[in-house]
Design a protein around this ligand. Structure first.
Ligand code: SME
Length: 155
C-alpha cells in the first residue's frame, strides 16, 4: 500500500472508530468494533486485540486472530508489558531480535503496542501483530494513538 492510499484509508478508519467510540452504547461493542474495523480493513494487521489492566496486570480482551496462550501478562513482561511499563508506543520491526518477547504465533514478524493512557494511568493497550517484517510506521502509530486517546476519554 503506498503512503497516500494508506493516509486516506487511515483517515476513514479514524472517523469510523471515533463514531463507534462516541455513539455505541455498549463498551464491549466499542472494543469489538475497533478490533474488526482495524483487522478487516488493514491487510497486514494479522492479530489485533485489546489487553486491559485488571488488578495490576494486562488481561486479554476482545481480539481477532490466532488463539494466544498469553491471556494474562505482567507489567514489564513481553512487548505488551514493556509498553505498559514505559507508557509509550512500542514498535518492534523484527520480533526475533527482541529478547523480552512473548511469542503468540510463529508467523508473527513485527508488532506494535499502543497504551491507552488516561493522565498518567495506563488503562490498557491495543496490540497488533503482522506477518510482515517492519510492517508498522508513524502512520500506524498516529492512527492507533489517536484511537486510544479518544477511547480513554470514554473510560
Ligand atoms: N507478543 C506479545 C504477546 C501478546 S501476543 O502477541 C497476542 C508480547 O510480547 O507482549
Amino acid at each position: 500500500m503506498d503512503q497516500q492510499t494508506k493516509k486516506e484509508l487511515f483517515l476513514r478508519l479514524e472517523k469510523k472508530a471515533f463514531a463507534l467510540i462516541s455513539k455505541e452504547e455498549q463498551l464491549d461493542n466499542v472494543y469489538q468494533g475497533i478490533v474488526e474495523l482495524l483487522d478487516n480493513n488493514i491487510p497486514y494487521y494479522n492479530w489485533t486485540g485489546f489487553y486491559m489492566i485488571e488488578n495490576g496486570e494486562l488481561v486479554l480482551g476482545h481480539y481477532l486472530g490466532a488463539h494466544t496462550d498469553h491471556t494474562h501478562i505482567q507489567i514489564g513482561q513481553g512487548i505488551c508489558g514493556q509498553a505498559a511499563d514505559r507508557k509509550e508506543t512500542f514498535i518492534v520491526d523484527d520480533v526475533t531480535k527482541e529478547t523480552n518477547y512473548l511469542a503468540c504465533s510463529f508467523e508473527t514478524a513485527s508488532e506494535i503496542v499502543v497504551p491507552i493512557l488516561k493522565g498518567d494511568d495506563v488503562l490498557g493497550e491495543i496490540d497488533i501483530d503482522s506477518h510482515e517484517p517492519s510492517a508498522f510506521d508513524s502512520l500506524d502509530q498516529h492512527l492507533l494513538e489517536s484511537i486510544c486517546a479518544k477511547l480513554a476519554e470514554r473510560l
